[in-house]
Design a protein. Structure first.
Length: 230
C-alpha cells in the first residue's frame, strides 16, 4: 500500500516554491488559499487578468481557469485537486480519518459549485427575472445541503476540513449581500446560518478575504452590468 506521500517524493519541497495563479475575487482560488493558510503553507500568489489571460497561462492551462498551481515541474489545475495536493504535502490532514467520511466530504466539496455558480450568476444578473431565476436555483441547492448537514460548527464537527474551505467563499458572499444589499439568502436555513457564522469568522477565511473584498465585489458587479451594482 502507498503512503500518502512517498518519503522520497519531492512534492513538499516543490510546494515551497510553487506559485498559485489567481484572480482576486475567485471563490475557487479562495478555497485553495484557505487550505494553504490552514496547513501553514506560505504559498506565493500571482494574480492574472481573466479578461485578458496571458499567453504563458493559456499555453499551460488546459481549462483556462484559475486557480492553477505552478510547481515549476507540474502545472496543476482544479481547485479541489490543488487543495488536496497542499493538504497531502504538509503535516496533518484537513480530511476526516474515516474513508467513508472522506468520500462524503469530497462529494460535498464538489457540490459547492452548485451553490457558487448560481450565486455568481445572481450577483451579476442584468435583470430582475434573471436574478430571481438564479436565486431560486441557489436556494434549492442550499436546501439540499441544509438537509444533509449533521454536525457543527463545521461540516464534520469540531475539525475544520477542506470541505469547509470550499463553502467559506459562498458564505462570504451571502454576508456581503446581506450587509450591503439586505438580501438574506440564508433565511429559513438555520444549520447553514450556523455554519456560515463559524466560517466567516475563521482566521484563514478573513485573511483571504481582506478589507477591500467587498469593494472588489462591488467593482466586479458594476463592470458586469449587474442590477445589484451600487
Ligand atoms: N472547476 C474549476 C473552476 C474554476 C473557475 O471557474 N474559475 C474561474 C474564476 S472564479 C475562471 O477561471 N474563469 C475563467 C474562464 O472560465 O475563462 C476549479 O474548481 O478550479
Amino acid at each position: 500500500m502507498l503512503d500518502a506521500i512517498d518519503p522520497t517524493d519531492q512534492a513538499p519541497t516543490l510546494l515551497k516554491d510553487s506559485v498559485l495563479i489567481s484572480f482576486p475575487i475567485c471563490p475557487f482560488v479562495a478555497r485553495a488559499r484557505i487550505v494553504a493558510i490552514e496547513k501553514g503553507v506560505d504559498i506565493k500568489v500571482r494574480f492574472i487578468d481573466l479578461a485578458n489571460k496571458p499567453s504563458w497561462f493559456l499555453e499551460r492551462s488546459p481549462t483556462g481557469t484559475v486557480p492553477a498551481l505552478d510547481t515549476g515541474t507540474h502545472f496543476i489545475f482544479e481547485s479541489s485537486v490543488i487543495s488536496e495536493f497542499i493538504d497531502e504535502c504538509s503535516d496533518g490532514s484537513l480530511h476526516p480519518a474515516l474513508a467513508a467520511d472522506r468520500a462524503l466530504s469530497r462529494a460535498w466539496t464538489e457540490y459547492a459549485t452548485k451553490l457558487l455558480m448560481p450565486q455568481y450568476m445572481m450577483m451579476m444578473a442584468g435583470s430582475q427575472a434573471e436574478m430571481d431565476q438564479h436565486r431560486t436555483t441557489l436556494r434549492t441547492a442550499m436546501g439540499k445541503i441544509e438537509a444533509a448537514l449533521t454536525a457543527k460548527p463545521y461540516f464534520n464537527g469540531d475539525d475544520f476540513a477542506i470541505v469547509d474551505a470550499a463553502y467559506a467563499p459562498v458564505f462570504v458572499r451571502t454576508a456581503f449581500l446581506l450587509k450591503t444589499r439586505s438580501i438574506d439568502l440564508l433565511v429559513g436555513l438555520p444549520k447553514l446560518q450556523y455554519w456560515a457564522a463559524a466560517l466567516t469568522e475563521r482566521h484563514s477565511v478573513c485573511q483571504v478575504h481582506g478589507p477591500d473584498h467587498y469593494d472588489q465585489l462591488d467593482e466586479h458587479m458594476a463592470q458586469r452590468g449587474s442590477i445589484l451594482a451600487g
